[in-house]
Design a protein around this ligand. Structure first.
Ligand code: NFE
Ligand code: MG
Length: 593
C-alpha cells in the first residue's frame, strides 16, 4: 500500500489536497479530499444591512462572483417579499450577465484548466508507440492544448491555439459583463428588486458584437460542423439514441477522412470538441476503430454501488412567462428544471428542505445535519485540532459535508444537462452505464460542459437581441423595513453547480444568519456522520492512479488518474471554504478581516 498525496492540486481555483492510498496494482483504495484554504464570508454578513450581501459575498471568488451575486439577490428578493414582482426586463438582464459568466467559466475550465492534462508527458510516450496515429495525434494535441508554461525535456512548447483563444474569449465575455455590471469581476448591477442597469440601443449593438465574437470562437475552434448543425442533431434530437447516433456517424466520417493520412487538423473536420469526443473515450474510440484513445471514461468513475446522486436547483429566470419568479422553484423545464437524480439516473422532484450540512469530518464544532436556515459556521478553536493527516475517521478538511436527504450529490453541468433531459448527455451517460462504465466520469463531465456551452450560447443570443428592451422597467422599489423579521432563499446554479444562499433578518431588518452552500462543497465534500464519502472521493476510490498505466506501468509520481478526476469536477476551494474567525486573531490557525 502506498500513500499518494497531491497537495496542492494545481489548475483549479484555491488549495485542494487529495490524499489517497494505492494498492500494488495501482488501484486507489481510499481517498480524502481536503480544502486547505481558510477564509471568511458567511460571518461577515452577521448584523449587517442585508442589501450588502449582493455586493459583499461575491468577493468569495473571482471565477463565479456573478453567480454568488445572483444567489444573494434571489435571497434578498425573497427576504424583501418582492420575488414575484421583479420586472421581466430585470430578469432578462440578470440572465444575460449570468450566461456570460457561465460561458467564461466553461471556456476557462475546458481549455485552460483541464485540457492541458491531455498533453501530460505520459501520453507523448504512449502515443509515440502507436503506429499510424500516435505521433501525428500528439503533434495536433500540442498545437491546440499545450499551455504557455508547458515544458518538455527542458524545451518550451509553443502555446496551443485553443488555450490562447480561450484566454482572449474570456476577455471578450468579461468586457460584455462589465458593460452591464459596471465592472468585472464583482459586478455592481444586481440589487434587491431588480437591476441598476438600463440598456441603450447602442449597448444592445455592443452586446451583439461580443456575442458574434463568441460564436466565431465556438465555430472556428470547438466544432467543425458549426454549433447550429451540432445542436439541431443533438440538443434538438428527438431521442437520446438519435443524438448519440448523429455524433457517432459524424465522428466516423471524420475518422475515415483522416486516419489514412494521419491528419487530425481542422481542415479534416476535427474541432476541439470533436477531437476530445472521439479520442477521450476508450469505448467510443474503439467503436470508431481508432488505434489510439485516451481512457478518460475510466477516470473519475463511481463504483456500481455508489451512494451518489445528481442535484440541480435550476437557473435562469423563465422570462417567457413575464414578471417575477418563485424563489424555491424556478420552473419545470430546460435550464429552470430543479431535480434530484439518483444513481440509476431516475429523476425526482426537488425540495430544498432536504438539504443539510454536516461537520463530523470538518474543522468546525460538530453538527450532524443542519438545514442552512439553522446552519452554524463555528471553526474549531485550537491549532492542534487541525490536521490533514488523520485519515477518514478524523476531521480532515475545511469543507462541510452537504447532503440531500442524506445523500452526497454531484453538482455541475452534468447534473443540469441530465435534469433538462439533454439528449446527447443522457444518451452518452446511458451508453456508458449499459457498457459497464459509470455514467458520470471525466469524459461525460467534460462533454456535458461543452454541450451546455453550445446551448447557452444560443440562448444568450435570444436574450440579447429579442428580449432586452431599452424602454423596459428594471426594478421595483424596496425599503429596508420590508426585510423586518424575514427570511430568504436564493437558489441558483453557478457554473460549477448548485448554489444556495439562505438569509434571516431580525426586528431591525439586520442579518441574523447567512449561510452559503456552494458547488465545490458538494463535489469535494468529506465523509458524513455515517462515513459515506463525498462525490470526488467516491469517484477516485476504485479507479487507477495512473490513467496512462496500460503501457507505462504504474507511476505514482505522475498520478494522472487523480489529476484528471479531480480536475473534471472543476473544483473551486475559494468558494467551498468560507469561514471567518474574528475572535482569535492572535492564534496560530490564521485569521481574516
Ligand atoms: Ni469559485 Fe463557485 C462556481 C460557486 S464553486 S467558482 O461555479 O458557487 O464551487
Ligand atoms: Mg457554507
Amino acid at each position: 500500500m502506498t500513500k499518494v498525496v497531491v497537495d496542492p492540486l494545481t489548475r483549479i481555483e484555491g488549495h485542494l489536497r487529495v490524499s489517497t492510498e494505492v494498492d500494488d496494482n495501482g488501484v486507489i483504495t481510499d481517498a480524502q479530499s481536503s480544502g486547505m484554504l481558510f477564509r471568511g464570508i458567511e460571518r461577515i454578513m452577521m448584523k449587517r444591512d442585508p442589501r450588502d450581501a449582493a455586493r459583499l459575498v461575491q468577493r468569495i471568488c473571482g471565477l463565479c462572483p456573478t453567480a454568488q451575486s445572483m444567489a444573494s439577490v434571489n435571497a434578498l428578493d425573497d427576504l424583501f417579499g418582492v420575488a414575484e414582482s421583479i420586472p421581466k426586463d430585470a430578469l432578462v438582464t440578470r440572465n444575460i450577465i449570468q450566461g456570460l459568466n457561465t460561458l467564461t467559466s466553461h471556456a476557462t475550465h475546458f481549455y485552460v484548466l483541464w485540457m492541458p492534462d491531455i498533453v501530460n508527458p505520459a501520453y507523448r510516450d504512449i502515443l509515440a508507440t502507436v503506429d499510424n496515429t500516435g505521433p501525428a495525434l500528439w503533434k495536433e494535441l500540442l498545437s491546440r492544448f499545450a499551455p504557455i508554461s508547458y515544458k518538455m525535456d527542458g524545451e518550451a512548447i509553443t502555446p496551443g491555439a485553443g488555450y490562447i483563444n480561450a484566454i482572449k474569449q474570456k476577455k471578450n465575455l468579461e468586457e460584455a459583463m462589465a458593460l452591464i455590471g459596471g465592472k468585472m469581476p464583482h459586478q455592481m448591477s444586481t440589487i434587491a428588486g431588480g437591476v441598476t442597469y438600463l440598456p441603450t440601443v447602442a449597448d444592445i449593438g455592443k452586446l451583439t458584437s461580443y456575442y458574434l465574437n463568441l460564436m466565431d470562437f465556438v465555430n472556428t475552434s470547438t466544432l467543425s460542423v458549426g454549433a447550429e448543425t451540432w445542436l439541431d442533431n443533438t440538443f434538438r434530437a428527438s431521442s437520446p439514441q438519435k443524438a448519440v447516433n448523429f455524433v457517432m456517424e459524424h465522428l466516423q466520417e471524420v475518422v475515415d477522412g483522416s486516419l489514412a493520412s494521419q491528419n487530425f487538423s481542422k481542415a479534416k473536420g476535427w474541432g476541439d470538441l470533436e477531437l476530445f469526443a472521439a479520442f477521450g473515450s476508450e469505448l467510443i474510440g474503439e467503436t470508431l476503430g481508432l488505434p489510439a484513445t485516451f481512457k478518460f471514461d475510466r477516470t473519475g468513475q463511481y463504483a456500481e454501488d455508489a451512494n451518489v446522486g445528481y442535484l440541480t436547483y435550476g437557473v435562469f429566470y423563465d422570462v417567457e412567462n413575464g414578471d417575477g419568479y418563485n424563489p424555491t422553484e424556478f420552473g419545470k423545464s430546460g435550464f429552470q428544471q430543479a431535480a434530484f437524480i439518483n444513481s440509476s439516473l431516475e429523476k425526482k422532484s426537488f425540495n430544498h428542505e432536504y438539504i443539510t450540512e454536516e461537520t463530523t469530518h470538518a474543522f468546525y464544532e460538530t453538527d450532524e445535519g443542519l438545514h442552512p436556515f439553522d446552519g452554524v459556521t463555528e471553526p474549531v478553536r485550537t491549532a492542534d485540532e487541525i490536521s490533514y493527516e488523520g485519515g477518514s475517521d478524523s476531521k480532515y478538511t475545511w469543507m462541510k459535508a452537504p447532503r440531500y436527504n442524506g445523500i452526497p450529490c454531484e453538482v455541475g453541468p452534468i447534473s443540469r444537462m441530465l435534469a433538462m433531459g439533454e439528449p446527447l448527455t443522457v444518451g452518452l451517460m446511458n451508453l456508458f452505464k449499459d457498457n459497464g462504465y459509470s455514467a458520470a466520469n471525466s469524459f461525460t463531465r467534460m462533454i456535458a460542459k461543452m454541450q451546455e456551452t453550445l446551448i447557452l450560447s444560443e440562448q444568450l443570443l435570444k436574450w440579447v437581441t429579442v428580449d432586452l428592451d431599452p424602454n423596459g422597467k428594471y426594478y421595483v422599489d424596496t425599503d429596508l423595513k420590508m426585510a423586518k423579521d424575514s427570511e430568504g432563499i436564493g437558489l441558483w446554479e453557478a457554473p460549477r453547480g448548485a448554489l444556495g444562499h439562505w438569509i434571516k433578518s431580525g426586528s431591525d431588518s439586520m442579518v441574523t444568519n447567512f449561510q452559503m452552500v456552494v458547488p465545490t462543497t458538494w463535489n469535494a465534500s468529506p465523509r458524513d456522520k455515517n462515513g459515506v464519502a463525498g462525490p470526488l472521493e467516491q469517484a477516485l476510490i476504485g479507479t487507477k492512479i495512473s490513467a496512462a498505466e496500460n503501457m507505462m506501468g504504474i507511476d505514482n509520481t505522475n498520478p494522472t488518474g487523480i489529476l484528471h478526476t479531480a480536475r473534471s469536477f472543476d473544483p473551486c476551494i475559494a468558494c467551498a471554504v468560507h469561514t471567518i474567525d474574528l475572535s482569535n486573531k492572535d492564534k496560530e490557525q490564521g485569521t481574516f478581516t
